[in-house]
Design a protein around this ligand. Sequence first.
Ligand code: SF4
Length: 331
Amino acid sequence: MAEPILRVVGLNKEFKLRKSKFREPHKILHAVNQVNLELYKGETLGIIGESGCGKSTLGRCLVRLHQATSGQILLHGQDINELTGKDLKGLRREIQMIFQDPYSSLNPRKTAGETIEEPMIVHGHLSKPERKARVRSLMNEVGLSESHIHRFPHEFSGGQRQRINIARALALDPEILVCDEPVSALDVSVQAQVLNLLNSLQKQHELTMIFISHDLSVIKHVSDRIAIMYLGRVVEQCNAEEIYTDARHPYTKALLSAIPPESPFEKNSQIKLTGEIPSPIGEQIGCPFASRCPYVMEKCRRVTPKLTEVAKDHLVACYLYDSQSARESGS
Ligand code: SF4
């Protein structure tokens, strides 16, 4: 396989919580915990997990909207965590993000044309006529009419607003697009249109994408590889087909079992998880899924399993696939 264009190594993002009492030490929320990922040119890496699992925080770290607490994000070998000033500004040309809520991510006082043009003004690499021509061309590419150029966000539907956001994200011709739940705020009928648009823009612009979602059917539609996150950690990673045919981690299996069957006559064999969802606040010891896992072993509560290759390009963080642990537990 070729060299990855982006490599995430041991990434952590912690948030210091406000003290409830004056003398109390600050509590720490571990939003992203020891994440390792690789992103290859032209692919879409889907990141999936329940709400609050840290997937959006990870996305924000990748575009430097959050500064990671520790670890590396290597873009073509350069750690973007260390970029400042001009170099950080340069990063915005290489990685752009599309957000979940198409309305709140637009400035209500700017027209569609001004919104799309803004990044080009900030980066100042085009003349005014060139910028205007590029705005018109981007609007066409995302399926908006040139007559929309002077309209304000409130005059558009949700799907059209997300098209404006996509056009704005493409304005600087980035290499990587991080899409954070880009269709989850849209009607189901519009979701498919926006997903198809992203697919065709990816081919047209040779984009590499990270697609964050809580919806397995959306992720399946767009991804080449998928990483499953649980409580700030990646617990399984492999190619998109394999997740649906050969999931290994107990959490992935539970997630997949929650997809409703296509036919009403098919039996729904959903795995019902019991046990408390552990808190991301404070130090985490052992497997993050231990409190809900039906296969939990003694070792799982003591030592955090590492993401290890269990089949070609299929990584899992679970002792069930570590032959020694499985022998010890008698499973
Ligand atoms: Fe379950 Fe243990 Fe595997 Fe965690 S490491 S998923 S607790 S079997």
